[in-house]
Design a protein around this ligand. Structure first.
Ligand SMILES: CC(C)(COP(=O)(O)OP(=O)(O)OC[C@H]1O[C@@H](n2cnc3c(N)ncnc32)[C@H](O)[C@@H]1OP(=O)(O)O)[C@@H](O)C(=O)NCCC(=O)NCCS
Length: 138
């Protein structure tokens, strides 16, 4: 096994991962644009085989979104997801300027909340904040 991390992913490899974790592929144009609109992308390969990725969407101001954290099932539980989230957080922290604060949000898949809590993400709703909300536009 030869695990390497890269700060890039092709739309094809991104779709391979989506399929592997059960999210289904995006049309290639939409996958391409989603990646092009990301401020940061990390991917993980075992030799030349894609095994994981994560990305950050950021408005270049104070709002950022950690999206699409994916590790193929056979490689889960080996620390790959954790490493990619840490790299994403390191990237965002490196963008902080004097006096800035950046909010990082995510939408946890069901049952993954504990995975994200270890990095400092707080579940919502809580005593002070309402639930996060989302919807699909089709
Ligand atoms: C969630 C996911 C990204 C985690 O990646 P991973 O590579 O399997 O996780 P890691 O091996 O890096 O785990 C790191 C730590 O988190 C813990 N952890 C991993 N998944 C967890 C879970 N579902 N619940 C609680 N803890 C979890 C591990 O035990 C490990 O703890 P340790 O550092 O004390 O040993 C991966 O399971 C995955 O891709 N799932 C399918 C897609 C998905 O649901 N993604 C999340 C979208 S929001």
């Amino acid at each position: 096994m030869s695990i390497v991390y890269k700060e890039f992913i092709t739309p094809e490899d991104y779709n391979t991962l989506r399929e592997a974790v059960g999210w289904g592929q995006l049309l290639s144009e939409q996958a391409e644009q989603s990646l092009a609109g990301s401020a940061y992308v990390v991917s993980c390969y075992d030799d030349n085989k894609i095994v994981g990725s994560a990305r950050v969407i950021w408005d270049r101001g104070y709002v950022s979104y950690l999206a699409d954290v994916m590790v193929v099932p056979e490689y889960q539980g080996m620390g790959i997801g954790k490493k990619m989230v840490e790299m994403s957080l390191t990237f965002m922290k490196s963008q902080l300027k004097e006096g800035w604060k950046i909010k990082m949000v995510l939408v946890s898949a069901k049952g993954r909340e504990t995975f994200y809590r270890q990095f400092g993400f707080m579940e919502r709703p809580n005593e002070n904040f309402g639930a996060g909300m989302d919807m699909w536009l089709t």
